[in-house]
Ligand binder design. Structure first.
Ligand code: PEP
Ligand code: MG
Length: 323
């Protein structure tokens, strides 16, 4: 099997009936790039930048960030790199920010909410990203977007920082796509409206599942409710994909689900364009997709979306696709 996977390293990801999708990787630091290249990643679907800010006692400077982003972009040699702006809060704390303790950190002051209020932190990161943009194919993604207004505010700040750099004579790529994570149910439900204003979506199922099922992703007592294959989750994913495609936008997924062999036939059938996963899952996923027919997967869409339970979905997928 390993030998079969190795042969697929430099191949595009095509289904049996010739439908192309992109298999990208999730990374946390520039050190992860070698693994992505060794495993045939077609891009970076999620660069979690918060690791630059963690395990230290002060903010990373603009220069430190610039170097990290530039390294990732250069090493990916023009392949798409989706960088997610700071997603701190929830389970990821920054002691040096001295934020008050919250009763429900996962429902609290985190990610884009924090960035829109502490704009100095956000603007520094955006400047570093914009300066690095000329070294590759950068796409910028905002995490934990719950309202259209948050997206407009974040994008306006990005455009202000870009304008300042241009005025100062600094070169900035002018084709940077700007998208959002879809990881809050309100955003999935409103995907048709978001699709008019964003360049792309990336579905963050790790959070989307916990918020949809109201089951903390870290709490074992309620882990039975953390159900990626609950039809409620599949319906939200389907709504998001259809809404994006209607506006000619692409949709990725960067939650754990994207690399799961049971999810892959479902996601292919729902029309997902980009699957972003840990690097070691890429070649097995490419091998699996090569044996799947997109048309056949699509023909099960209505049936699966009208099922009642997770168990029903999982046993149907296992039986139909022999997993
Ligand atoms: C997600 O929520 O699915 C996601 C990819 O983001 P994180 O796991 O970093 O919260
Ligand atoms: Mg998340």
């Amino acid at each position: 099997q390993k030998a079969e996977w190795a042969k697929l390293k430099d191949e595009p990801t095509l289904s049996k009936d010739g439908h192309r999708v992109e298999l990208a990787a999730n990374i946390g630091t520039p050190n992860d790039i070698q693994g992505v290249l060794d495993n045939g990643g077609e891009g970076i679907g999620l660069y979690r930048t918060e690791f630059l800010y963690m395990g230290r006692d002060q903010m990373p400077t603009e220069e430190e960030q610039f170097e990290a982003y530039k390294t990732v972009l250069e090493r990916m040699e023009g392949k798409p790199v989706v960088v997610r702006t700071l997603d701190i809060g929830g389970d990821k704390e920054l002691p040096y920010l001295n934020l008050p303790k919250e009763l429900n950190p996962f429902l609290g002051f985190r990610a884009i909410r924090l960035c829109l209020e502490k704009q100095d932190i956000f603007r520094t990161q955006l400047k570093a990203l914009l300066r690095a943009s000329k070294y590759g194919n950068l796409k910028i993604m905002f995490p934990m977007i719950a309202t259209i207004d948050e997206f407009h505010q974040a994008k306006a700040i990005l455009l202000e920082e870009k304008e300042k750099l241009v005025q100062a004579g600094i070169e900035v790529a002018d084709d940077i796509e700007v998208g959002i994570m879809v990881e809050i149910p309100s955003t999935a439900v409103m995907a048709d409206q978001f699709a008019k204003v964003v360049d792309f979506f990336s579905i963050g199922t790790n959070d989307l599942i916990q918020y949809t099922m109201a089951a903390d992703r870290m709490n074992e007592r309620v882990s039975y409710l953390y159900q990626p294959y609950n039809p409620a989750i599949l319906r939200l994913i389907s709504i998001v994909i259809d809404a994006a495609h209607k506006e000619g936008k692409w949709v990725g997924m960067c939650g754990e689900m994207a690399g799961d062999p049971i999810a892959i036939p479902l996601l292919l059938g729902l029309g997902l364009d980009e699957f972003s996963m840990s690097a070691t899952s890429i070649l097995p996923a490419r091998s699996q997709i090569k044996k799947l027919s997109k048309q056949e997967a699509e023909s099960f869409k209505e049936k699966v979306l009208s099922m009642q339970t997770t168990e029903e979905v999982v046993s149907f997928v296992k039986k139909t696709f022999q997993i």
